[in-house]
Design a protein around this ligand. Structure first.
Ligand code: UP5
Ligand code: MG
Length: 194
């Protein structure tokens, strides 16, 4: 018998809202595959350093702007094709705006659940600052961080509204500590997906 298609959870939220942190917890608890779209792009940049197109994308990301939509979706599709028939997939940090959401639905599928991590601006800045000291991603400098926050603010409301109208999104108060946030997420996943 044909297997049902894997369940897909999208995790969205501002830079530093905990998308990576919570997505990994979901993946671990439910045995889902984990894809970070930011990481996908960063890895691709790393492995294709002499390529003109990807050097340009590297510049875009380092300034905190969004990579071109079609390139991003192509990368996601390629990654998804490498994943065997699985229970589920958590996608971290995608989509970033309504156009990307529509194109994901057109080209890939409708997600089963969208997790929105709502976090105050103050918290986002604190966490990014702290992480920058520990790890230091190329886009964790002050200017790029401001761009990332601004882009998020500009796109978030219409994006959340888009998924709300489809009844697909649940908003979580992500100002709280990791475990508290995850507790609520797991209750929601249990009841919505299983
Ligand atoms: N932390 C997490 N949760 C906490 C909690 N509840 N309490 C206290 N601390 C908490 O968390 C950030 C930090 O906070 C960590 O140190 C963590 O321990 C702590 P993390 O889980 O890393 O948050 P996350 O939301 O993943 O933050 P990140 O910086 O990764 O978000 P961004 O959205 O900026 O990064 P992403 O990798 O998704 O995208 C990077 C860039 O790629 C984008 O700016 C864009 O240029 C490009 N991109 C696209 O162009 N298109 C895409 O579709 C995706 C990305
Ligand atoms: Mg992340």
């Amino acid at each position: 018998p044909a297997r049902p298609r894997p369940k897909i959870i999208l995790v969205i939220g501002g830079p530093g809202s905990g998308k990576g942190t919570q997505s990994l917890k979901i993946a671990e608890r439910y045995g889902f595959n984990y894809i970070s779209v930011g990481e996908l792009l960063r890895k691709k940049i790393h492995s294709t350093s002499s390529n003109r197109k990807w050097s340009l994308i590297a510049k875009i990301i380092t300034t905190g702007e969004l990579a071109p939509q079609e390139t991003t979706i192509t990368e996601i599709k390629q990654r998804l094709m490498q994943i065997p028939d699985e229970e589920g997939i958590v996608i971290d940090g995608f989509p970033r705006d309504v156009a990307q959401a529509i194109s994901f639905e057109d080209q890939i599928c409708t997600p089963d659940l969208v997790v929105f991590l709502a976090c105050s601006n103050q918290r986002l800045k604190e966490r990014l600052l702290k992480r920058a000291e520990q790890q230091g991603r190329p886009d964790d400098n002050l200017k790029a961080t401001q761009r990332r926050l601004m882009n998020f603010k500009q796109n978030a409301i219409p994006l959340v509204k888009y998924f709300q109208e489809k009844g697909l999104i649940i908003t979580f108060d992500a100002d709280r500590d990791e475990e508290e946030v995850f507790f609520d997420i797991s209750l929601a996943v249990d009841s919505k997906l299983f």
